[in-house]
Design a protein around this ligand. Structure first.
Ligand SMILES: [Zn+2]
Length: 421
C-alpha cells in the first residue's frame, strides 16, 4: 500500500471515528465509557509469608486501602469499577488470612472491596499495576499483632469521618398533581452488601430487588398509591439512608423486603417483622442482629443508635405509628395466607434499625429462606413472585384505603368538629 493510500485510509478511519462519536452522543457519556474499569475475575495466591488477592482489571484505578476493626476487615476503595464476575466468588476462598471478600458499588461513582479477615493483618501492598496478563488490582496482606492492627484501625477511624460518604441524594418522588399516598419499598442490601446467599449462588440482594420491582408494578396498577424504591439497582445503601428516604418522601407506609438463610434447611416460609424494644423471640432477635449488620458488611463502622426520647409528641407519634405498623403486619399476614408460604410463626418483632422511622408505619417482609429448597424454588419462580407481589399489593391497598377513610372521617377525633353544646 502506497503512502498516499495509507494516509487516505487513516483519514477515512478518523472521520468514521468522529461520526461514530457523534452518534454516541454526549461527550460526558463517551467520557464515562472510556473511564469505566471492569473487574473480570479474582483469585487468591497464598505465599509463605503473605496472602495475595488479585482482581483482573481492564484499567488502572487509584486504590486506597485501610483496616477497620470489630470485626477485623480491610477496606479497599476504588472509583466506580464494574464487577463483571460471579458475585459469590469471594464467599469461601479457603485462605488462612482472608476469610471472605465482597465487592460492588458502594456509592455513586465509588466501588469497594471488603475483605473479612481471620485475624489481624497488615497491608503490605494495595495498588493497581500492569502484569503480563494485563492490568490488575493487587492486595497483599500479612498476619500482624492484634495491638498493631488496633492502632492502625484507630488511626484510620480518626482520619475518616465516621459517617458514610452519602453524597447519595435520596430518591425523590416526582411531584405529581396527585395527592395519592406514597409507599416506599426497600429492597434490602445491595452493592457490596450481598445479604444472605443460597446454596447455588442465589443472592438475597437480587431476589429482593426483583420482588420489590414486581410489587411496585402491582401497587401502581392498583392506582391507590405512588411507589418509590429506595434502590432500583445493585447499589449499597446505608440503613439510615433507607429510613431517611421514607421520611423525606412523607411515606404512608414503608416495606423493607428481605430473604434469610438458616442452618436448619427445613425452616421455611415468609415472616413479617415490626419494630419493638424487646424481641418477640430468640429467632427474631437473631434476625434483627443480622440485618442490623448490613452497614458493617459494607465496611461502615457500626454505631449505637441514639433513640430520640423525652419529647411527649414524639412518643405519642411513635406509639401511634407502631400501632399502625402492627395493624398492617396482621393484614399482610392474612393476605399472605392465600400465597400459602408463611412461616409457622409469621408475626414477630425485634429492634430492626431500618424500621425505626418514628412517624412512618414500617414492616420488614422476610420472603422466605434461601436455605430451604421449597422457598428457593418459590423465590426464583416468576409465577410465584407475581402472585406473592399481588397479594402484598392488595394488603397495601387495604391499608392505604383504611387510612384515607379514617382521615376523611375523624369521628373519634376529639379535636375535630365542635360538639353540640
Ligand atoms: Zn436481609
Amino acid at each position: 500500500m502506497g503512502r498516499m493510500a495509507l494516509r487516505e485510509g487513516a483519514t477515512r478511519l478518523f472521520v468514521l471515528a468522529l461520526s461514530v462519536a457523534g452518534w454516541l452522543a454526549p461527550a460526558a457519556a463517551a467520557e464515562e465509557r472510556r473511564t469505566e474499569i471492569s473487574a473480570l475475575a479474582s483469585r487468591i495466591e497464598a505465599l509463605p509469608d503473605r496472602s495475595r488477592l488479585l482482581f483482573d482489571l481492564t484499567g488502572l484505578p487509584p486504590v486506597t486501602a485501610y483496616p477497620v476493626a470489630n470485626p477485623p476487615r480491610i477496606i479497599v476503595d476504588l472509583p466506580q469499577v464494574l464487577f463483571r464476575m460471579e458475585a459469590n466468588a469471594g464467599l469461601s476462598p479457603g485462605d488462612k488470612l482472608i476469610k471472605s471478600y465482597r465487592y460492588g458499588i458502594f456509592a455513586p461513582g465509588r466501588s469497594r472491596v471488603v475483605i473479612d479477615l481471620t485475624g489481624p493483618a497488615k497491608i503490605l501492598k494495595a495498588d493497581s499495576e500492569v502484569a503480563p496478563g494485563g492490568p490488575r488490582l493487587v492486595i497483599e496482606l500479612a498476619p500482624t499483632s492484634a495491638a498493631y492492627f488496633a492502632v492502625t484501625a484507630a488511626e484510620q477511624a480518626r482520619r475518616q469521618p465516621a459517617d458514610p460518604p452519602p453524597a447519595i441524594l435520596p430518591p425523590q418522588a416526582a411531584k405529581l398533581s396527585t395527592d395519592k399516598p406514597m409507599v416506599v419499598i426497600d429492597p434490602g442490601h445491595g452493592g457490596v452488601d450481598m445479604g444472605a446467599t443460597g446454596r447455588h449462588g442465589e443472592l438475597e440482594k437480587d431476589v429482593v430487588l426483583e420482588f420489590a420491582r414486581a410489587l411496585r408494578h402491582k401497587i401502581e396498577a392498583g392506582g391507590r398509591a405512588r411507589v418509590l424504591l429506595t434502590r432500583d439497582h445493585d447499589m449499597f445503601l446505608p440503613l439510615a439512608e433507607r429510613v431517611r428516604i421514607a421520611r423525606e418522601n412523607n411515606a404512608s407506609l414503608f416495606v423493607s423486603v428481605h430473604a434469610d438463610t438458616l442452618a436448619a434447611a427445613h425452616v421455611e416460609g415468609a415472616t413479617v417483622y415490626t419494630v419493638s424494644e424487646r424481641a418477640s423471640d430468640a429467632e427474631a432477635a437473631r434476625m434483627a442482629e443480622k440485618e442490623n449488620l448490613a452497614d458493617q458488611a459494607a465496611g461502615l463502622e457500626s454505631k449505637a443508635d441514639a433513640d430520640e426520647v423525652g419529647d411527649i409528641l414524639f412518643e405519642l407519634t411513635r406509639r401511634e405509628t407502631r400501632s399502625y405498623s402492627r395493624q398492617f403486619s396482621h393484614s399482610l399476614i392474612s393476605f399472605w395466607k392465600e400465597v400459602g408460604a408463611l412461616n409457622k410463626n409469621p408475626n414477630r418483632s425485634a429492634g430492626f434499625v431500618v424500621l425505626k422511622a418514628f412517624d412512618v408505619p414500617s414492616v420488614l417482609l422476610e420472603l422466605g429462606y434461601l436455605s430451604s429448597d421449597k422457598d428457593l424454588a418459590r423465590l426464583t419462580s416468576q409465577d410465584w413472585r407475581e402472585h406473592a407481589a399481588q397479594k402484598t399489593a392488595e394488603a397495601v391497598d387495604a391499608f392505604i384505603s383504611e387510612r384515607s377513610r379514617e382521615a376523611r372521617a375523624p369521628a373519634d377525633n376529639p379535636s375535630g368538629a365542635a360538639r353540640p353544646q
